[in-house]
Design a protein around this ligand. Structure first.
Ligand SMILES: [Zn+2]
Length: 301
């Protein structure tokens, strides 16, 4: 329902049949969102050519933008502001524990029209070594936390991204048994490395997208460098003729969820607050998410 409504709002068919973005109010130079596609776990249980043989049914020069590891202010807010100004709809993979800490951001993400999937409860970067019961708890608790933060269970799509992309067949089998689509990606931008510059993020994203000509781009909305990279990246993607596609799950979803006020305290430094415990374990060289081991050791299939 909601997906159909979005599709009818966003789809703007030009004479030649190519989907162009609808006009973006207040920003005629925006890249916008050209179309919305519905993706069900049954039809597409594993997504992303970095690790799998299949990806989303995209046309040449179509991109789906995804953000992992949030929400954390102020960078999640900054990226939401950029996406709003560019009329871009993205897909978020939220960490349950962080969603519980910042439910107002979860609700803003949803009410801004983005799709919300999950990324485990604590973002343990040992998913390939966890006992089955621990995996099940991380997945189940992560979904429950994000659903509670969102204020409506159907505001959360049945989409899951494994922390660090540390896939194993048992983990994938479990996710499949829960009717969850496993999202890998088609391109990453190395935006989780300490010290990476916005320019470098833009260069790597563009090079890897160009190599495939389309696909799912994995970014992280918790880093200041990613927030700084996003405007020039979107500008360059538009200049090169790329179009943004929004992905929604099938079935009924709420039109919106009740908003929550933002807490009075804000971090104006632009840096993500320090993380503790399990989430922050692996932050010496990599701040989060994709590990070389997770990507390179995975067998494409
Ligand atoms: Zn992650």
């Amino acid at each position: 329902m909601r997906g159909a409504a979005i599709a009818s709002m966003c789809l703007w068919l030009a004479g030649g049949g190519a989907a162009l973005a609808a006009p973006c109010r207040g920003n005629p130079a925006a890249i916008g969102t050209s179309r919305t596609i519905t993706v069900s776990p049954a039809a597409l249980p594993r997504i992303g050519t970095i690790q799998y043989s299949r990806t989303l049914p995209l046309n040449d020069r179509e991109i789906v933008i995804t953000f992992d590891d949030g929400p954390i202010p102020p960078n999640t807010n900054r990226i939401l502001n950029i996406l709003a100004s560019e009329c871009v709809k993205a897909t978020y993979f939220l960490v349950g524990r962080r969603a519980s800490e910042h439910p107002h951001l979860v609700r803003r993400i949803y009410n801004d029209g983005h799709t919300i999937g999950t990324h485990s409860q604590n973002h343990l970067l040992v998913f390939d070594r966890l006992e089955p019961k621990a995996v099940e708890g991380e997945v189940r608790d992560g979904i429950a936390s994000v659903q509670a933060a969102a204020g409506h269970p159907r505001a959360v799509a049945p989409y899951f991204r494994i922390p660090g992309l540390l896939r194993t067949r048992p983990v994938e089998r479990y996710l499949g048994s829960q009717a969850l689509a496993v999202w890998s990606a088609d391109a990453v931008a190395d935006d989780w490395y300490f010290g990476v510059t916005p320019q470098r993020i833009v260069e790597r994203a563009l090079a890897r997208i160009e190599a495939k000509g389309r696909g799912v781009l994995l970014l992280h909305d918790i880093h200041p460098a990613t927030a700084a990279a996003l405007p020039p990246l979107l500008k360059e993607l538009k200049a090169r003729g790329y179009r943004i596609v929004h992905v929604v799950p099938d079935g009924e979803r709420p039109k919106s969820v009740p908003r929550l006020p933002a807490p009075a305290v804000a971090d104006s430094s632009g840096n993500a607050p320090a993380v503790t415990g399990a989430i922050g374990k692996n932050k010496k060289k990599r701040r989060s998410d994709v590990t070389d081991r997770g990507v390179t050791s995975s067998i494409r299939r």
